[in-house]
Design a protein around this ligand. Structure first.
Ligand code: CA
Length: 385
């Protein structure tokens, strides 16, 4: 029995020292930078000490994609090991390459203990230009000694010069590792996190650690189609058609919009296009997260001059000694309709005196817009005296 155990140990030891290239790849991610490929791989291995158990090797690799731009010597560097399956990510931008992975172990009576490591990778050597870590813990209510938690890597994103790491954690506190703040750490609500490292590639600035907002808790957003002020030309007999509004909840899903005084709902007559004025159309939406209200001002304006035309000819000959009767004029306004009775005339005809008389007709609508004046000439002839 003792001999068998030694043999097993020897075989396991042999496996444990086998070249990295021979180990099975559990997971791998890759990015490209400067014509080179950079990857992180998780390799499965067996640690024989103190007794055989599986563990993982986290290995960075570089290779050449475009020989004209990539001048690195392809290589493979082990960054660390983990007794729990690591989560891995790698991203590159013009600023550089950043890699992240979780690593840790199971600790008896405590559970899984996992950190996340975030590295600024040296493209030439696969060494680390900067390393940042995240760790979680359980902060007891009385502020006494805490316990370790497990941080899971969710996503790694480059936003310009900042690096954003997301994920989840167990426990009730998430900090840098080592923590930049004294114990006991602030207690978190929820188990999701966003860590934003500003100027990650050029500084060692601490991250902003926050819990992502749950979209369903965000209030709705209401948008008025076509803007909050609508100016329309007065049009007699015209009917108003409201462009409406739209609303989305905090997660971006469309919501029902309630509209008031559009002319198509029961709450009011809506803007009246036949009458100049300022009208208000309102919108509202609500859900369990809150409500949103907005209103539109509809201005009905008369900016168009009326039309004016003569009834009868514009040039008339009238026999003296009988009354001359003006055939009149017709005036029409788009807003006010027939405004012939609003027209005025300057000049007069003396039907008992020979002469040429010029009459000028004018009309102005309710908004002060005047029609182009029209004229009529009347020649009085053949007076008996
Ligand atoms: Ca008018």
């Amino acid at each position: 029995m003792q001999m068998l155990r030694k043999i097993v140990l020897a075989i396991v030891a042999l496996l444990g020292t086998s070249a990295l290239a021979d180990l099975p790849v559990v997971s791998a991610v890759q990015t490209t930078w400067g014509g080179c490929a950079y990857s992180i791989k998780v390799l499965q291995d067996v640690n024989p000490i103190p007794y055989p158990q599986p563990f993982y090797r986290i290995v960075a690799e570089s290779s050449v994609l475009a020989p004209e731009t990539c001048t690195v010597q392809p290589q493979s560097v082990e960054w660390g090991t983990s007794k729990l399956l690591p989560q891995i990510a790698i991203q590159a931008s013009a600023d550089g390459i950043v890699a992240a992975y979780s690593y840790g172990e199971f600790i008896r009576f405590m559970g899984n203990f996992l950190r996340v490591s975030i590295r600024h990778v040296d493209p030439s050597t696969l060494g680390t230009l900067r390393v940042a870590r995240l760790v979680s813990s359980v902060v007891p209510p009385n502020g006494g000694a805490g316990a370790l938690g497990a941080v899971s890597l969710g996503g790694l994103t480059l936003n310009g010069s900042s690096v954003e790491v997301t994920g989840t954690f167990t426990g009730n506190a998430l900090t840098e590792d080592p923590a930049g703040i004294p114990w006991p750490y602030p207690i978190w609500q929820g188990n999701e996190f966003i860590a934003i490292y500003p100027h990650f590639f050029t500084s060692t600035t601490s991250p902003t650690l926050s819990a992502p907002q749950i979209c369903s808790s965000l209030p709705p957003v209401l948008t008025i189609n076509g803007g909050s002020t609508l100016t329309l030309e007065c049009a007699r007999g015209g009917s108003y058609s409201d462009p409406g509004a739209q609303a989305v909840d905090g997660c971006g899903s469309p919501m029902v919009v309630h509209a008031y005084n559009t002319g198509a709902d029961s709450s009011g007559p809506g803007p009246l296009l036949s009458y100049e004025g300022s009208y208000t159309v309102s919108y509202a939406t609500w859900n369990s997260a809150g409500s949103a209200n907005a209103s539109r001002t509809v201005i009905v304006d008369d900016t168009t001059a009326p039309s004016l035309a003569l009834l009868g000819p514009s040039s008339m000959v009238h026999t003296c000694n009988t009354p001359w009767v003006d055939p009149g004029e017709v005036a029409t306004d788009a807003c006010s309709g027939d405004i012939s009775t609003w027209a005025g005339r300057t000049g007069d005809v003396n039907a008992w005196a020979v002469g040429v008389y010029t009459l000028s007709y004018t009309v102005t609508d309710a908004a002060g817009n005047s029609a182009t004046p029209v004229t009529r000439t009347v020649e009085v002839v053949n007076c008996p005296w």
